[in-house]
Design a protein around this ligand. Structure first.
Ligand SMILES: CC(C)(COP(=O)(O)OP(=O)(O)OC[C@H]1O[C@@H](n2cnc3c(N)ncnc32)[C@H](O)[C@@H]1OP(=O)(O)O)[C@@H](O)C(=O)NCCC(=O)NCCS
Length: 170
């Protein structure tokens, strides 16, 4: 998979991305909504899960690179199959290295991912499950044209987490 936007390239992740991925997933600030940073084995498991998604679904979270500085993954963005309460949904996910926040990259990558899912998967609706404390993520969802459709609770890493279910229809 390879998608190009004005400033970014989205492509499949591979084992060689693990050091860059680890930098993102071990950052306590970036991982606040995930109840704290991952350790090295959790980062490896995250990568493995994504590689498995490519095999099983043909898509997943992709590596995001700057077009004018290729070779370094600055974030991840893409489409994953998720459960939301009793429903199977398609979600757009975004998680960027802190050095690359506040430039519009997450919105640019997520817009391309959303449109890819509408086009390639014929998806009727794309969701974003956002923890109720994660204002930056809510703002990306709003910039994607999403509205809040549901409130729900998840249990993750020992914590109960109220979430909002944002969605946009094709
Ligand atoms: C969620 C996350 C990706 C959002 O990052 P972000 O930098 O706030 O979002 P964007 O990349 O869309 O950038 C938007 C900002 O860039 C600014 N911007 C600058 N140039 C821009 C441009 N050319 N186009 C659009 N926006 C631009 C916008 O005004 C906005 O400013 P603000 O941060 O002051 O509101 C980031 O906070 C993150 O990685 N968090 C940790 C992981 C996470 O929680 N993921 C979501 C799980 S649900």
């Amino acid at each position: 998979m390879r998608l190009q936007t004005t400033r970014l390239v989205l492509r499949d992740m591979s084992e060689t991305d693990l050091p860059n991925l680890r930098e993102i997933l071990t950052d306590p600030v970036a991982m606040a909504a995930y109840e704290g940073p991952f350790d090295d084995s959790e980062s490896q498991a995250w990568l493995d899960r994504n590689l498995q998604r490519y095999d099983e679904d043909g898509f997943g979270l992709w590596a995001v690179e700057l077009r004018d500085a290729p070779g370094r993954m600055i974030g991840q963005c893409g489409i994953t199959r998720q459960r939301l309460e009793d429903d199977d949904i398609l979600e757009v996910g975004y998680l960027f290295h802190r050095a690359h926040w506040h430039r519009g990259f997450a919105t640019e990558a997520a817009t391309a991912s959303r449109d890819w899912a509408f086009r390639q998967l014929d998806a009727a609706t794309i969701w974003a499950k956002v923890r109720d404390t994660n204002v930056a993520s809510m703002n990306v969802a709003i910039r994607l044209g999403m509205t809040v459709r549901r409130r729900f609770l998840t249990h993750y890493r020992g914590a109960d987490m109220p979430h909002l279910g944002f969605a946009v229809d094709r």
